[in-house]
Design a protein around this ligand. Structure first.
Ligand code: HEM
Ligand code: SF4
Length: 552
């Protein structure tokens, strides 16, 4: 993985000291709350319902065991002993004390971590596939490109005050595990007719109150032009994006207003100024960054292992976990392990300090000391020898990290909702607990197959409800929590926005409504048909009839 050089390290240390002084001046009354707001947002610090909330960057979801141990230490020393992984593969701490945040940032800096550009109207953490570099059918590892974007966009003076926040995702596989089509820019590594690898570029995707699927602005961008082309898009957006209304300020609104063809023309015109400048990536620079992502020293003998088959045969629980929570690795004899942060009860994406230490130890011992965080709020140990899987599973099980529910209904994406977020309309965590209690039986979940349930506590859509196969959106009706259900969304390569099922339902009805939706699916599905495909084939009517039957 990438290692800071002296300049990176110096920037991060200087930023900590700047923020220490800003915090001191605010606490001494020398800076107003408004003046401090812009400064703290540049350092990932929100003031929320209960306390400040600190969002720490995990560049493209990749961290070392040492960094994970530091996150555990922060959770223990400065917070209430846990953290929350987000859909953009960062981690949030919900209970830091404002006066201690500079100390937290100073400790993070010692392991090459920071909170810069995790909030505010700037280019945020670039995200990617959590199986990057190890997926079987990958065209090319997207992480060096994420790192190149990270270096270009970090503290970029021209893009520090964009009209609104800006999110980029990069993928290298046909399977899109990074929700790239609902990002401001989605980059897909593709091959052209000549066999060269470059990028398909999408622009103007996003969720929030105006959900939009990104549009193709360029079918093939040569690799060396990546930064100059991104720069051109950002310049057009910076100049023409709306600043008068924050609800209309995202690039998706500009692209919709101008039309993709006009927007493309503007970008192409701008690109002529940037294309042949120092932004053109040289072969040496690309090779330098790729040098940080070379394959690990895999053991050729790993594939000769015979113990796995015996263990799968002997232990049914292990077999179920293996089937649900591990994935093929491109090297024979290795597997990718998904660490479930979706226990039976408890907020999806939450992890305790002890669990963080356990995952760090497992990474050191079994997975080249690296850990990834995923878009759907789990963790991945990406490179485990198959002979070690049983030992890894045992340890994960002991620490409630091995619930065999990956890609099932209870592997939900859920935002913190009213319990923590001051923008929320409704609670979410009580609903995810209720869903877990109702659908506790894993055999039933396996029969349902792959289902993505996403839930947000308000229209800002941090929980990606629009692109859940089942989406749940919290709404406030005269001071009470109600929930609007959507069906048929997807954030994957077949991206689509869910359609509203009907009128919203009360909090205590959500589990039974879900039960009816799933019963309808079971009645309607053809053999082996996924939930999403059934919804797409039969439409919403049978689901509506079942859910709202009593109303007729
Ligand atoms: C608790 C503090 C949080 C606040 C105040 C907050 C605020 C917001 C706001 C205002 C938006 C809408 C932006 C727009 O449409 O222009 C948004 C979108 C988003 N947030 Fe959050 N959020 C919070 C927590 C989270 C968490 C916990 C996650 C991940 C689980 C998250 C991930 C996202 C994502 C992925 C979007 C997607 C929509 C998009 O950018 O198109 N946020 N957030
Ligand atoms: S979706 Fe709404 S309630 Fe949930 S975290 Fe985002 S802003 Fe808060």
């Amino acid at each position: 993985m990438y290692q800071y050089n002296q300049v990176d390290q110096q920037i991060v240390h200087e930023r900590v000291e700047q923020f220490r002084d800003q915090t001191r001046r605010y606490l001494a009354g020398e800076l107003s709350a408004d003046e401090f707001l812009a400064l703290r947002l540049m350092n990932g610090l929100y003031i929320q319902r209960q306390a400040p909330m600190l969002r720490v960057a995990i560049p493209y979801g990749l961290m070392s065991a040492e960094q994970m141990r530091m996150l555990a230490h922060i959770a223990r020393k400065y917070d209430k002993g846990y953290g929350h992984f987000t859909t953009r593969t960062n981690i949030q701490f919900n209970w830091p004390k404002l006066e201690e945040v500079p100390d937290i940032l100073a400790e993070l800096a010692t392991v090459q971590m920071h909170a810069i550009q995790t909030s505010g109207n700037c280019i945020r953490n670039t995200t990617t596939d959590h199986f990057a570099g190890v997926a079987e059918n990958e065209l090319e590892d997207p992480r060096p490109w994420c790192e190149i974007i990270r270096q270009w966009s970090t503290l970029h003076p021209e893009f520090a005050y964009l009209p609104r926040k800006f999110k980029i995702a990069v993928t290298g596989s046909k399977e899109d595990r990074a929700a790239s089509q609902v990002h401001d820019i989605g980059l897909h590594l593709v091959q052209n007719a000549e066999g060269e690898v470059g990028f398909e570029v999408l622009v103007g995707g996003g969720l929030g109150r105006t959900p939009v699927i990104g549009k193709v602005i360029r079918e093939f961008l040569p690799k060396e032009d990546l930064l100059s082309y991104l720069d051109a898009i950002l310049r057009v957006y910076n100049l023409k994006g709306r600043r008068d209304n924050k609800y209309k300020a995202r690039i998706k609104i500009l692209v919709e207003a101008l039309g993709i063809d006009t927007f493309r023309d503007l970008v192409e015109a701008e690109w002529q100024y940037t294309r042949d400048t120092e932004l053109k990536l040289t072969a040496e620079e690309i090779a330098r960054v790729k040098g940080f992502f070379t394959p690990h020293a895999y053991e050729p003998s790993a594939k000769d292992d015979v113990s796995l088959d015996q263990q799968l045969e002997a232990d049914a629980d292990f077999r179920v976990w293996f089937e649900r929570n591990t994935r093929a690795h491109k090297v024979a004899g290795y597997r990718c392990v998904v660490v479930s942060l979706k226990p039976l009860l408890g907020p999806p994406g939450d992890i305790t300090d002890l669990q963080m230490d356990v995952v760090a130890d497992l990474a050191d011992r079994y997975s080249f000391s690296e850990i990834r965080s995923t878009h759907d709020q789990n963790l991945v140990l990406a490179e485990v020898r198959q002979a070690d899987l049983y030992a890894v599973w045992k340890v994960l099980s002991e620490h409630n990290l091995a619930r065999a529910n990956i890609n099932t209904l209870t592997d939900m994406i859920v935002c913190p909702g009213f319990d923590f977020c001051s923008l929320a309309n409704a609670k979410t965590l009580n609903i995810s607990d209720a869903i877990n209690a109702e659908f506790e039986n894993l055999d039933y979940l396996y029969d349902l197959g792959d289902i993505q349930l996403n839930m947000s506590g308000c229209i800002n859509a941090c929980g990606h409800h629009h692109v859940g196969h089942i989406g749940i959106l919290g709404v406030d009706k005269k001071g009470e929590d109600w929930y609007q259900i959507t069906l048929g969304g997807s954030g994957r390569e077949d991206a689509s926005l869910g359609k509203v099922l009907g009128k919203s339902v009360a909090a205590d009805e959500v589990p039974s409504v879900l039960r009816k939706i799933l019963e309808t699916y079971i009645e309607q599905r053809t053999e082996e048909e996924r939930f999403l495909d059934t919804v797409r084939r039969v439409g919403l009517t049978p689901f509506k009839e079942k859910v709202y039957a009593a109303d007729h």
